[in-house]
Design a protein around this ligand. Structure first.
Ligand code: KG4
Ligand code: ZN
Length: 352
């Protein structure tokens, strides 16, 4: 084990090393993932073990089952990430782990696993905020991306507009006042009889639908850059229930397309306002919902029309993975940050 002084000396030595290799772990929800990332930008290996099939049986993530599945998988994904990279722990400069926000039991599994590895291997451990991880997925996809830029982070638990002032330095411009965008997608999908996670399934269904079929409200909460999805979701559920009560068959593809359009419209409208007021010229998307085809296409259209730079992570880097955690950890490590062995899970951790 390293004493705190030895750990500080190691971090100082690492800060002078030109190239850094980080082994990262992610376990905040229902994916157990490990990855090795070089200098915050290059993915050497990435392993994602998804628990979706188990949770789909219950129509959503069951926290207790998620924690147990993480315990089973965490050693395996780490071993596999090292194997795929053709490396051993002696090739790794630092470890990284998501410590929040997320499900407490799920987070604790990853945190304890990486604390144990850090203790026995004497490799420093960097704690990472999951939302910061999502933002950093953009550094992996767009090699020349540098702050400052604006980032729309839309996932199952969060909908934020964040100003990325510098590496690991953020200002929150807006956020959802109720449901997250992904949560709204999942609930709308359930009404259409789709399984968990509903977002991607609803999006697939929407491909053959008419987005003009149903006009849904576009809520405008008080905060200029805030979102609200609760009213939109309720209007959608009510419209579906009314049709069912009248014995009408649900035009599922049209309903899916109309819902997707309303969410994309809201996200685009607020992001455009924030981008204009921020004076920035680069907008990045991040989080599971940024995999949505309609949202990506709509943003691309706006980028061409208004002439700003749009960065979209590769689809697989939008949803939870450990590579994005390894990228975020690199910039924290460069600032000399490292966890003590008292590190705990922080389920409600905020970004800024
Ligand atoms: O970022 P993520 O993997 O996990 C969280 O941090 O929450 O996001 C998962 C969310 C789920 O709600 C899922 O339905 C949604 O992202 N999602 C999508 C799509 N792919 C994933 N929503 C709409 N369209 C998609 N293609
Ligand atoms: Zn996530």
């Amino acid at each position: 084990m390293n004493t705190p002084l030895e750990m500080k000396q190691k971090i100082l030595a690492l800060s002078q090393k030109p190239s850094l290799r980080i082994l990262a772990m992610e376990s905040s929800c229902d994916e157990t993932a490990a990855a090795i990332v070089e200098n915050g930008r290059k993915i050497v290996s990435s392993v994602i073990f998804s628990q979706v099939d188990v949770h789909a049986l219950y129509g959503g993530v069951v926290p207790e089952i998620a924690s147990r599945a993480h315990v089973d998988a965490c050693d395996r994904v780490i071993d596999q990430a090292l194997k795929e990279a053709g490396m051993g722990l002696s090739d790794i400069d630092a470890l990284a782990v998501t410590y929040g926000p997320g499900l407490v039991g799920a987070l604790l599994t990853g945190v304890n696993c990486m604390k144990g590895l850090s203790y026995t291997s004497r490799i420093p451990l960097v704690p990472v905020n999951h939302i910061e991880g999502h933002v950093s997925a953009n550094f992996l996809t767009t090699p020349d991306l540098e702050p400052p830029f604006l980032c729309l982070v839309v996932s199952g638990g969060h909908s934020h507009i964040v100003r990325v002032n510098d590496y690991a330095d953020y200002t929150l411009m807006g956020q959802t006042v109720d449901d997250a965008a992904g949560e709204a997608f999942d609930k709308a999908a359930r009404v259409l009889g789709l399984n968990y996670p509903g977002g991607p399934l609803l999006s697939k269904l929407a491909e053959n639908g008419d987005a003009a079929y149903l006009t849904l409200p576009h809520p405008h909460p008080e905060g200029k850059y805030d979102f609200s999805f609760s009213g939109l979701k309720t209007a959608f559920l009510n419209a579906c229930h009314k049709m069912e009560q009248k014995g009408e068959a649900l035009p599922k593809a049209d309903l899916a397309a109309s819902f997707e359009q309303a969410v994309a419209d809201t996200l685009c409208e607020r992001s455009m306002l924030a981008l204009r007021d921020s004076g920035l010229n680069t907008l990045c998307l991040a989080g599971g919902v940024s995999a949505n085809r309609r949202l990506r296409e709509q943003m691309q259209g706006l980028s061409q029309k208004h002439g700003f730079r749009l960065c979209l992570p590769q689809i697989w880097l939008c949803t939870d993975n450990a590579a994005m955690i390894g990228s975020a950890a690199y910039y924290r490590l460069r600032k000399g940050e490292c966890a003590e062995l008292s590190l705990n899970a922080a389920p409600s951790l905020s970004l800024c």
